[in-house]
Ligand binder design. Structure first.
Ligand code: NAP
Length: 264
């Protein structure tokens, strides 16, 4: 027997986030700020998290004014367990709920393996892997308690394919891919969806060092089918979708937004 006889559900706005509360790490700039703006455009309130307090505050002010939602900033280093727990408490104090976590805070240190120091390798792993894990860990009790939640991790095309001079970053993003799958399986019974976005190249501060280099053009932008950097608005739909009720059947999925990099 068919479970549902119609796909027309009058009155249901699947992408509406009105009244939902989000935490967006790395929300002060780049892809994090773009995704935060996407969620704000769909009605969500949010806590933007990063280390540089004035940048976070500026971003939160801008979103509040532009979208008429409540956006606050919270200064925290996601590699510190206590600070991630304080982050979750701050969101609960401000909004009384945490519906969405976007883990966008991340770093990249590039270089040949024989020139990268072990300290730099560990630094990248600490922020991109441990930091993401700590933020997931910090919000999970609140999401379990409320019986719902959406966690969106920022992996990368470089969690799926290789690129030279990127061993710390690719290792970290491969780990985020697997963390997303494992946590997706673990938390699905609690009605918490865990998924990842795998962006291709976007011209944010992270990519400024390679923006005008031959390597940047040939191996990064040139790897896309579209042959260009992504526009920041082009990441927003994926974030809104995965944060919304429309993604309720997505568990541990990877959504590539990469200009076709991994399509061939
Ligand atoms: N741009 C791309 O082409 C691209 C492609 C694939 C995946 N990604 C991923 O997408 C995410 C966002 O990248 P992006 O390009 O938007 O980077 P970005 O412009 O460099 O922004 C990084 C953000 O992370 C914050 N951050 C860094 N370390 C932190 C820490 N220890 N604790 C708290 N916040 C921290 C930064 O703020 P503070 O420095 O003030 O803390 C900033 O808000 C990253 O995970 C990145 O790996 C990016």
């Amino acid at each position: 027997m068919l479970q549902e006889t119609t796909t027309v559900l009058p009155g249901i706005k699947q992408f509406d986030l009105t009244g939902r509360a989000a935490i967006v790490t790395g929300g002060s700039k780049g892809l994090g700020l773009a995704m935060a703006a996407g969620l704000a455009s769909a009605g969500a309130n949010m806590l933007l998290v990063n280390r540089t307090a004035d940048e976070g505050a500026r971003a939160a002010d801008e979103l509040s004014r532009h979208y008429g939602i409540r956006a606050l900033s919270f200064s925290a280093d996601i590699t510190d367990k206590d600070q991630t727990e304080a982050m979750a408490r701050a969101a609960m104090e401000a909004f009384g709920r945490i519906d969405i976590l976007i883990n966008s805070a991340g770093i990249n240190i590039r270089g040949p393996i024989d020139e990268i120091s072990p300290a730099d390798f560990e630094k990248v792993m600490r922020v991109n892997v441990t930091g993401t894990w700590l933020c997931c860990r910090a919000v999970t009790p609140y999401m379990k308690e409320s019986g719902r939640g959406s966690i969106i991790n920022l992996a990368s095309t470089l969690g799926l394919v290789g690129l030279g001079n990127r061993t710390p970053y690719t290792a970290s993003k491969g780990a985020v891919v697997q963390m997303t799958r494992a946590l997706g399986v673990e938390l699905a019974p609690f009605n918490i969806n865990v998924n990842a976005i795998c962006p291709g190249p976007f011209l944010t501060e992270m990519n400024l060092p390679i923006a005008d280099t031959e390597e940047g053009q040939k191996f990064v932008v040139g790897a896309t089918v579209l042959g260009r950097w992504g526009h920041l608005r082009e990441i927003q739909g994926a974030a809104i979708f995965l944060a919304s009720d429309a993604a309720s059947y997505m568990v541990g999925s990877l959504l590539t937004v990469d200009g076709g990099w991994t399509a061939r």
